[in-house]
Design a protein around this ligand. Sequence first.
Ligand SMILES: Nc1ncnc2c1ncn2[C@@H]1O[C@H](COP(=O)(O)OP(=O)(O)OP(=O)(O)O)[C@@H](O)[C@H]1O
Ligand SMILES: [Mg+2]
Length: 420
Amino acid sequence: MSLEKQVDLFANPFRPGVGHTPPYLAGRTKEQDEFRKLLNQKAITENVILTGLRGIGKTVLLREFEPIARHAGWLWTGEDLSETASLTEDRVAQRIVTDLSLVLSPLVNKQQMEMPFGFTGKHAKTLQPFEFRDLWNIYEKTPGLVQDKLKAVLRFAGEVVSKGPHKGIVFAYDEAQNLSDHAKKDEYPLSLVLDVFQSLQRQPDGLPFMLVLTGLPTLFPKLNEARTFSERMFHVMFLGRLSVEESYQAITKPIEDDKCPIKFTEEAVAAIARQSAGYPYFIQFICKESFDVFLAKINDKQRPSVPVAEILRKLDADFFSARWDNATERQRDFMQIAALLPNADDGFSGNEIVQQSAEVLEKPFSNSWANQMLAQLSDLGFVYKKRHGKYIFAVPLLSEFILRQHRQGLNLPPPFGDST
Ligand SMILES: Nc1ncnc2c1ncn2[C@@H]1O[C@H](COP(=O)(O)OP(=O)(O)OP(=O)(O)O)[C@@H](O)[C@H]1O
Ligand SMILES: [Mg+2]
């Protein structure tokens, strides 16, 4: 087959992006097995939190969970929780009722059609199809607080489900770290969700609903702050980097195809695995760039290689710079000090930054400044708090990016001279 034809038949398969299904989903089998087990609970006492750094593969894995749940006999509903959807209790309630109506309406309609003689035949034709409005009526007609109203709707849903073949309903919410209580506005949407689900699940005839929340590492501390029982209510899956073997699979499997015009050399695969450090987004990004480079060099007599320095420059411009530019100069100084610490990637304390800043800055940070700074950076999504007062960068490989900028500022030679 001619090269042109081959290129036409096989487009670059790598997909760096937000929630883009990868050409090959590497690893994550342990998490899928855990989820399968949780779906087998007799009464739901453990819900799921899927958490991890930006670009680690939370959205993609959440999407993998859906067919697993359906296969196990569950219904699935849910959404991406944008900030606006989650501001008030009313809006969150409306969200849940809307999501519920999507899975419930077909069931209720089916059950109405199958009702015993008297409701079938001619009458069935005149029956109004069940829809969101009907559920919302239950909500509105129930006296009491938002919580009582939502519980009434969910109890109704429980009855409908119990008459059918399904085991229950999974409510899956992505970007759930956006769900926050706002004491100043007297709005507690996060506590509302936790209270409602916990109380319905705890009853003797516990309703078959499972919450699957996905979000950044700030999510779980936030839930615990809102309700201490959250710790017992959720099984937390912390998604980490891919292992070396899984990284190799993510790099090589998508191009293991006779139609693929290129093949990465062993050195190239090793270089991509090393530079991406097992972070899925970076694997997709570097592979996509490398694929194009290999394709362009296909007619050269030389063995093509991964131009690491150029790709890193592009990654800095495409991925890191936009985030970095959101920080103030003082915040950047602060993060630079953190990145210079030998334990930058394992967790650092405000105190360590204060000490380091005394050595390198003319105007060092005080303790209270450092704490304020860490809180601001946490809100901006640059760092998150681990246990024991240690912080960690919430954006993968951010410390390396900062050090690259630092070196450039000092006019030092680029760190990655090789182009293997
Ligand atoms: N297991 C995997 N194997 C290979 N590629 C993956 C894997 N998981 C995710 N990716 C790729 O990584 C990128 C990021 O995935 P995803 O958007 O799911 O991350 P995320 O954790 O939801 O990020 P964010 O915190 O920004 O929402 C996507 O391009 C996706 O194709
Ligand atoms: Mg996501």
